[in-house]
Design a protein around this ligand. Sequence first.
Ligand code: UDP
Ligand code: MN
Length: 276
Amino acid sequence: MGENREAREAFVTLATNDTYALGCLVLGNSLRRVGTTRQLVVMVSEGVSESMRQQLAGLFNQTISVNVLDSSDTCNLELLGRPDLSVTFTKFHCWRLTQFQKCVFLDADTLVIRNIDDLFDREELSAAPDAGWPDCFNSGVFVYVPSDETYRNLLALAVTSGSFDGGDQGLLNLFFKSWATEDIKKHLPFTYNVVSQAFYSYLPAFKQFYDDIKVVHFIGAVKPWHHSYNSASRTVTPLPNTGHSQEFLQFWWDIFMDKVQQSLDPQLGGIVGDLA
Ligand code: UDP
Ligand code: MN
């Protein structure tokens, strides 16, 4: 137990470009803020700049380069004919982190509000229901066990079946299809992955369980860094119709301004909201 176990368990996230890397920086800071005792790992692909990698390295215990298309592996070669699956493929690299015994994957558009280290007591594959179709889990937050074999099997399924939604979530739900019915302990409470649409689709529940919210997930095309931020008043003005709650967006921006923005390479400033 203790130190030894903590060194072998990691929170893992992913960025394929500098914009998503900003999300990783805010996410990593949100995990540090709640005092996690586990390792922080970020996977980056070639689209992430050198200066951003240095920024990430100052926060994460490990920055791991992954290739979107890695021709050293036969399964990967088959995927070369399926460019639609390339981002999907990149997330699956998390199973190759076999230096760890257990990991929790978090999308770069998630924000940790309260300590979630208890997730490491869960088994693979634990995840919260998706708000759109609750018999599917949302793949923005999941507990898993790194394994090269699982990685290969996932790629094999990607090649033979494809993903029913074109993304990682469709494929992971096919692969871990017993999740829906087999073991209720693998169903994380929704508070571990509160997707943005919950804020408007069931407002009374949002209010009732507000104090239990552990992870907020800004799903959809509009991300926290797209909203406009007023540096003078230090407030964010949400774009319309995104379902993003003002208070959690503000929290994302507070962390961004306090912990991330001042140490960013000025060249990177231009990719965020109205800050440029
Ligand atoms: N991602 C990335 N680059 C991309 C798209 C996605 O690095 O161009 C990673 C990032 O970690 C992101 C995750 O893949 O959080 C899943 O994508 P996204 O969060 O945009 O999907 P959503 O949650 O909105 O369905
Ligand atoms: Mn996401």
